[in-house]
Structures are given as C-alpha cells and as structure tokens.
Design a binder for this molecule. Structure first.
Ligand code: NAP
Length: 482
C-alpha cells in the first residue's frame, strides 16, 4: 500500500532562524524528503534568514551537510535540484538589516509562508517587520514554534502580538505531536470505526491512561528545561493534545475549526487537579548519566523531569472516568501509548472462579505503532470453564506493508499543511490559552507549597508515588514497554 502524494501549489517559504538547530535538523530535512517525494513544485523557493553573514553558497553547503546527516541525502541529482531552490539572506529581526533584500527575493502571486524558527521573544518584531516591509500578501501564513508562552499571561501576550499583524486563520502554531501519523490515526480509529464509539464513554470505560515516556535526559536543553519542567514542556501541550483527541466529541467534519472547537471543549471541561492527584519526580544519577540537578548545575533545583496526574473531565460523556496522564525523562523505555481500560462485564455467568476480566484497548503511538485489544477467551483444556486474557495485536507496519515501515516525519506533514492552508493539525490561540489556564494553577500550587519533586531512578518507571496514585484507586499503570 503506497501512500498518495498530492502536490502543493508553488510557494515561497521563508525560514527565520534558518541556521538554527530546528531548521537544520527538522524543517529542511522535512522539505527535502517532500521534494524527493515529488510533493512540491520545482518553482517553489526556500529562503533562509538569520543574522550570520553567510553567502547563499556557504549556506547551501551547510544545508547539504545537514541533509546528509539528518535525511541520509547523498550527492544525488535530487539533492542538487533541491539546493538550487534554497537561498539565504542575512537579516536581523530586531533592525532594518536585510529586510529589503528579502523583499526583492520574493515572488508575486504565490503562497508565502514565514516560519518563525527563532525564540518567541522575536515573534513580535518579525511579525511587525513582515507587515512594515509589505511582505505579507493575501496568501500569507506564519508558522510559530512551541513553546507558545510560559504561562497564560505570556501566551495571551504572544497571541495579541501576532493578532496585531495577522488574522487567526493565517497563524499556524506547531505542536509537532499532532503531525505524527499515529496521532492523526487516533481520530481515524475513533471516528472511522463503528466498533469503538458506542463504548467510548463513562458507562463502559473504567479509566484511560496516557503515557509519554522518554529514555533521553535533557542534554542540550538544560537552560530551557530548568525553566520549563515536564509540566510545561510536555503536559501542557503534547499530553493535553492526546487527551483532547481521545476524549473529544465527534466533530461534524474533519475541518480545522470543527476539530479545534471540540478539542477546546474538552480542555474547558477539565476540572482543576487536586494537589494529591499529582506526582512530580526528578531523575537521580544512574548508570546512564548524572542526575537531573547535576545536569542543570543547580543542586537545589525543584524542576520536575516527571509528572503524573489524575484528571477529570466534567461533561456528560466522561463524568466519573479518570484520565491518568504521565510523562518523564530517563525512564525505562521510550514509549507513547494510550490505554483505554474498559469496565468488567456487569455479571459473570462463569462464576467466581473464572476471575475478573476486562477488555483493554492499547493504542501505541511510538515506537512499534499499532493497536492491541485485550480480549477474554476460554483457557484451553478440559475440566471447567477458566478464562484467560489474550491480545488481539496489530502492528501498523505489518498491516500496511514494508513501504509504510517508515512513516513521514511530523514536520513533513505539518509544513505541507501550512502550504496547503490546512490548520486542522495546528493549535488555535484559544486552545493554547485554555491549556495554560488549566496548567497555571497546578504550577502556582507547587510554588506556594514549596513542593519538591521526588527522586526516581534513571531507567525506572518513575517515582513510587506515581504507583500509589493508581493503587489508592484500586488500579495500576500498564507497563512501559519499548
Ligand atoms: P537555535 O538553534 O538557537 O537557532 C536560533 C536561530 O535564530 C538561529 O538561526 C539564529 O541565527 C536566529 N536568530 C537569533 N536571533 C536572531 C535575530 N535577531 N534575527 C534573525 N535571526 C536570529 O534555536 P532552535 O533550536 O533552532 O529553536 C528555534 C525555535 O524553535 C525556538 O523557539 C525553540 O524553542 C523552538 N523549538 C526548537 C526545537 C528543536 O528541536 N531545536 C523543538 C521544538 C521547538 P543567528 O544567530 O545567525 O541570527
């Protein structure tokens, strides 16, 4: 089964911060892969801009090196043709330097996408200058990266700054999680199958677990991470998005506002989280490296590298069904998975000795993407009716064939959606603000109580208190498996 490639219209993509890590490691490799797949027109142009005074030739060499490293690009005809579409302008977001030259390089009458791959403190200045130098056309989009704000106030300020120059339908806020093939698949599984939707509510679902576990630490991001922590870095955005997709009502259609309206309703229906329903952790030193505090050079750091919490959604569908969310660094395995744990059958016709059995649906987002449904069957053999649980297991790679073993990177999908003008997989301003409005009191509570995260062993499943969070409710976390 080979995926279809639908070509996009010719475009000019301007990457502010084109020499930076994100541009070199993610955005340009994604554009290159889409170019090789034949998704974009040979007329399209990529213009990178940053303060460094590279010549276009120097910059192309830098890009060739990055593509070699991050997209396995060799000296092929495709690479040469791709590099011919790449240009560079030395430009300062904070001054007049370079802006007129950028204007001269843009083509009329085509999609213009300005990718702000720079720190958020430059967003306002860039937006203002794109307007002031008349670079914005009818068909202009701007793309901004995570983190979108540090709290509700800063997110509001960023939204207001962007709104002063662009309409909401021109603003693409990236949460790269939404570009992952398997995350999009959540919507297909839920709304493309008759099987699940009738059971998808508090009457049949006991609880839902969302786990995003990482084995990596915070190398290279120490300064940012120490200010952010797991709550801001992962929970407020990636896990929140997963929660929305798993809990939202079916949108009337798969269109940007219909989908985002439903996600927003979920966030707004979240109850405040009780302090005793949250566990924070910080990884300690282990065989694979120093502890968190040593990594950030702050022996008294109270930033969490792990957080687990119990959330409730106060609406008709989910009243009484807890959602347990956890994420952390330096855990036992890299695994993003959603477990929908169904209730026991209301009555067992097989008697006490058959034991208690409940179905569970696991949706693995990464790695080994797929779905497992735990079903109850008769244990083989004579002498009575004993029941066992067995997995109905499907790996997407096996089901879809070898050509789909390596799904497109999230950025490939998202950058092409920007060019197409499809905002479905991007966060709307009100969504981001609602997520911060739920997150802020949690963080404020930690500060007010002088909360200190619990240490946990690197390579473990997190602090023991996270197990207790479940145990108190008579439940347990599903294992974190690679
Ligand atoms: P970075 O490596 O520090 O790159 C920053 C870029 O901005 C460089 O190209 C820099 O080039 C340019 N720049 C800085 N000041 C400028 C100015 N006044 N005018 C024009 N250009 C300027 O940062 P990054 O890791 O690529 O991250 C970029 C953004 O994406 C950040 O907001 C980050 O939080 C976000 N993000 C990054 C990642 C990631 O994996 N890296 C992931 C998610 C989100 P010059 O110094 O030459 O000007």
């Amino acid at each position: 089964m080979v995926s279809r490639v639908i070509p996009v219209d010719p475009f000019d993509l301007i990457i502010f911060g084109g020499t930076g890590d994100l541009a070199q490691r993610k955005i340009l490799p994604a554009l290159y892969r889409r170019f090789c797949a034949g998704q974009w027109h040979e007329d399209a142009k990529i213009i990178a801009a940053a303060r460094s005074g590279h010549s276009a030739e120097d910059f192309r060499r830098m890009v060739a090196e990055s593509l070699h490293r991050h997209a396995s690009a060799r000296d092929s005809q495709a690479l040469i043709r791709f590099l011919q579409r790449v240009d560079y302008v030395p430009l300062d977001a904070m001054s007049t330097a370079g802006w007129e030259l950028l204007g001269e390089k843009l083509s009329p009458n085509r999609v213009r996408a300005f990718y702000f791959s720079v720190g958020p403190s430059l967003f306002g200045s860039l937006a203002k200058r794109v307007r002031a130098y008349n670079l914005a056309t009818e068909d202009t989009r701007i793309v901004v990266e995570k983190p979108f704000g540090h709290d509700l106030d800063s997110a509001r300020e960023l939204n207001a700054t962007l709104a002063a120059h662009f309409d909401e339908n021109q603003i693409y806020r990236i949460d790269h999680y939404l570009g992952k093939e398997t995350v999009q698949n959540l919507m297909a599984v839920r709304f493309g199958n008759m099987l699940f939707e009738p059971l998808w509510n508090s009457q049949y679902v006991d609880h839902i677990q969302i786990t995003v576990a990482e084995t990596v630490g915070i190398a290279g991001r120490e300064e940012y991470y120490e200010r952010a922590g797991a709550m801001r870095d992962m929970m407020q955005n990636h896990l929140m998005q997963l929660l929305c997709l798993i809990a939202m009502e079916p949108p009337a259609k798969f269109d940007p506002d219909a989908v985002r309206d439903e996600k927003l309703k979920v966030i707004r229906a979240l109850d405040p989280v009780e302090p005793h329903h949250i566990v924070r952790g910080q990884f300690a030193a282990g065989p694979d490296g120093p502890g968190y505090r040593e990594c950030v050079g702050n022996p008294r750091s109270t930033t969490e590298s792990y957080v687990a919490l119990k959330a409730h959604i106060s609406n008709w569908r989910w009243a009484g069904t807890p959602f347990y969310l956890r994420t952390g660094k330096r855990l036992v395995a890299r695994s993003s998975v959603i477990n929908v744990m169904f209730k026991d059958a209301p009555h067992s016709i097989f008697g006490e000795e058959a034991g208690r059995h409940a179905n569970a649906l696991s949706i693995r987002l990464q790695p080994n993407e797929g779905i497992t449904l735990k079903v109850t069957i008769k244990e083989p053999g004579q002498g009575g009716m004993r029941l066992i649980d067995v997995p109905l297991d499907m790996s997407f790679a096996e089901a879809l064939g070898p050509e789909n073993q390596d799904p497109p990177d999230a950025y490939e999908r998202l950058v092409m959606d920007v060019i197409r003008g499809n905002q479905t997989l991007f966060m709307r301003g009100d969504e981001v603000e609602a997520a911060w409005a739920w997150t802020d009191p949690i963080i404020a509570g930690w500060l007010a109580r002088g909360d200190v995260p619990k240490p946990y062993d690197s390579g473990s499943t997190g602090p023991g208190d996270a197990e207790l969070l479940m145990k108190r409710d008579g439940r347990h976390w599903q294992g974190i498996k690679p």
